[in-house]
Design a protein around this ligand. Structure first.
Ligand SMILES: Nc1ncnc2c1ncn2[C@@H]1O[C@H](COP(=O)(O)OP(=O)(O)OP(=O)(O)O)[C@@H](O)[C@H]1O
Ligand SMILES: [Mg+2]
Length: 238
């Protein structure tokens, strides 16, 4: 059994169906990238795994336990962390306060949290330099780092990152991807939603979505190196 198993998952907004019964597996300790054009259903997929949307059918099994339809807070406690699209940091709180909020459900695990906080500051030195600055006054790139740092502070086993590179310079996007590699090396299973195929260098496995369906599931390298595959699934622009 895979670490994360999604089967027959259907999700919609009101009467509008979006995910049309999707199936996929995510392996433990790997980075899986979820690609697809605007409106394909990527955010809907990760938001459902994180408990923000309730499926109308299908199952999500995480580490042997069914989690579909559970409360987001309960899922954070079990080790599922979402870095949402658009970052969503708390603008009127400082960086340090934002990070501390991330750790709320794990506040008893003090030593691990101290070590993780040190790791967040090591990965993103700018966050330490500006720890007393209000999050709302930080640049888009810095807020992205903070959103990832805050997710790290919930001591996740599965991290879902929605559009990590959106709005970042190519250089900063690379930095963020290399930190994602480090987080994965630390033992966290990662699902990263992207439209930038540059992310494939950092992915073990790849999923491609189209109109609410998974149209490719395979190795990241195969998709990266296969021009035909890439054109078929991601269009000429890639
Ligand atoms: N709150 C909502 N109410 C109604 N429809 C929605 C809602 N959120 C998303 N949708 C629709 O669901 C479909 C999938 O959206 P989703 O946000 O999952 O796509 P995405 O792949 O993340 O796209 P993007 O790359 O633009 O972020 C789209 O057609 C979108 O218009
Ligand atoms: Mg999206």
């Amino acid at each position: 059994m895979a670490y994360l198993e999604v089967r027959g998952l259907r999700v919609g907004y009101g009467a509008i169906p979006v995910l049309q019964g999707i199936d996929f597996d995510v392996e433990e300790g790997k980075t899986t990238v979820l690609l697809g054009l605007n409106g394909a259903g990527k955010t809907t997929t990760v938001a459902t795994i994180a408990g923000l949307l309730k499926p109308s059918a299908g199952t999500i099994t995480f580490d042997g336990q069914r989690i579909e339809g559970r409360d987001p807070a309960q899922l954070v406690e079990r080790g599922v962390a979402l870095v949402p699209e658009g970052r969503r940091t708390f603008p009127s709180l400082t960086i340090a306060q934002n990070l501390r909020l991330g750790s709320w459900t794990k506040r008893q695990r003090r030593q691990e949290l101290q070590a993780t906080e040190a790791r967040v500051y090591e990965y993103f030195p700018v966050l330490e330099e500006r720890r007393d600055q209000l999050a709302g006054t930080m640049s888009g790139g810095e807020q992205q780092m903070l959103a990832i740092g805050r997710a790290m502070m919930s001591l996740p086993r599965l991290m879902l990152i929605d559009e990590a590179s959106l709005g970042l310079s190519p250089r900063l996007a690379k930095t963020v991807f290399s930190i994602v590699d480090k987080i994965n090396d630390d033992g966290v299973t990662v699902i990263i939603v992207e439209q930038n195929v540059g992310v494939l260098r950092h992915a073990d496995n790849a999923l491609v979505m189209e109109k609410g369906a998974i149209v490719y599931q395979g190795s990241g390298e195969e998709l990266r190196k296969g021009d035909e595959l890439r054109k078929t699934y991601l269009g000429a622009a890639s």
